[in-house]
Design a protein around this ligand. Structure first.
Ligand code: R7I
Ligand code: MG
Ligand code: MG
Ligand code: MG
Length: 355
């Protein structure tokens, strides 16, 4: 199998950053009107040269702050780079220290309790605070999935991707509906890194992996305890397959079947669907936007947890299309974009070194 190039690593982290920073502007809105979104995006593009005015080009700088999605993604990456492999104690420490340093990045309501416990010197098992969440049932939020892209950018073996995606998520999300979402997102990035997979193959592979991932006792009992059918992620992936066979799917159907919420089950499949459907042109989105831009625009247009759905879809699309599709004016509008590029290069070197 040919090794993926640096452009895919850069595209992945840049796509994730774009999704978070652009999506955060609209996070929590139940309706995002496309004309408003498009006009906001136009404002990121370099201003046309003005006679006697300021110099041409985007002077707006890194005007869009990233949120918890990127803060935690960066901790995942920084831990992997520092330790050259997954280290749960180091990663947990970085999550907690990062939260302590900048608590106002928009973290989930409940996960902050995990950080507070991790910061206590009494904490000896880094997985214990996550297990105590929600009366011992663990969180099913999308926080494990939103930050997971660094794992498939270090580990090329698919069993390692699953194993370390799960462990990295379990530091905060002990419910299988939380960490299975992280496994699914990591698998999607892993597949996107491979050369030229078709839509159909991509989805078939995700379904066959997730049917296995979701078949263990804890996944079955967690899903049943919350009133879901068995294999809920796999089932939604099959719904995506149905959607992709239709010539158009109303937004209301996407929201009903897949969702735009903060639960991993109501957001990771949505991100994957957004990536796959945006491989093709969309009559509502201007044709001058490329597939990666279209993916992010589509995610944000769904409303709800826009930063997180767009960051997950952005990571997948960026890994698939590479940095060529990352528009410089968009990227340069995002906080810490240069450091993100450096992290992508270091991840690429570690990935190659481990092959
Ligand atoms: O999953 P998490 O890190 O939150 C990520 C989201 C993203 O949208 C970010 O952009 C940020 O805005 O937050 O944090 P958690 O606090 O573990 O989970 C998020 C929310 O999901 C919780 O605050 C709950 O509202 C909900 N949730 C649950 N509700 C009931 N029962 C998660 N698990 C449960 C549960 O078991
Ligand atoms: Mg966020
Ligand atoms: Mg938030
Ligand atoms: Mg969010």
């Amino acid at each position: 199998r040919p090794r993926p190039g640096l452009a895919r690593f850069r595209g992945c982290l840049a796509g994730a950053l774009l999704g978070d920073c652009l999506g955060a502007v609209f996070e929590g809105r139940s309706v995002v009107k496309l004309p408003e979104l498009l006009s906001f995006l136009k404002g990121l593009e370099p201003a046309p040269p003005e006679e006697g005015g300021e110099a041409a080009g985007s002077a707006r700088g890194e005007s869009l702050p990233y949120t918890d999605d990127t803060a935690m993604s960066r901790s995942v990456v920084q831990s992997l780079l520092a330790k050259q492999e997954f280290d749960e104690v180091d990663m947990a420490k970085r999550f907690a220290e990062e939260y302590k340093k900048e608590p106002n990045r928009g973290y989930g309501m409940a996960v902050v309790n995990v950080f507070k416990k991790l910061l206590s010197p009494k904490c000896s098992d880094v997985f214990e605070p996550a297990r105590a969440q929600f009366n011992g049932k663990g969180s099913y939020g999308n926080g494990g999935a939103m930050r997971v892209a660094g794992i498939p950018l270090v580990y090329s073996d698919i069993q390692d991707v699953k194993k370390f995606a799960k462990l990295s998520a379990e530091l905060t999300h002990a419910n299988s509906l939380g960490y299975n979402g992280a496994i699914l997102q990591a698998l999607a990035v892993h597949l996107a890194l491979q050369e030229g997979l078709s839509k159909e193959t991509f989805l078939e592979q995700l379904i066959s992996h997730m049917e296995h991932v979701e078949a263990d006792d804890k996944s079955l009992s967690d899903a049943r305890a919350l009133g879901f059918e068995d294999l809920p992620f796999s089932r939604r992936l099959k719904k995506i397959k149905e959607f992709l066979e239709l010539s158009s799917v109303p937004k209301a159907d996407v929201l009903f079947e897949l969702g735009n919420g903060i639960a991993a089950l109501r957001s990771v499949p949505t991100a994957i669907y957004s990536f796959l459907r945006c491989m093709d042109a969309d009559p509502d989105i201007p044709a001058h936007y490329n597939a990666l831009q279209r993916t992010i625009i589509y995610c944000i247009s769904l409303g709800g947890d826009t930063d997180t759905i767009a960051t997950m879809a952005g990571a997948i699309a960026g890994a698939y299309y590479g940095e060529e599709q990352v528009p410089p004016s968009w990227e340069q509008s995002c906080e810490a974009f240069q450091e993100t590029q450096r992290m992508a290069k270091s991840l690429y070197e570690l990935y190659c070194q481990r092959l």
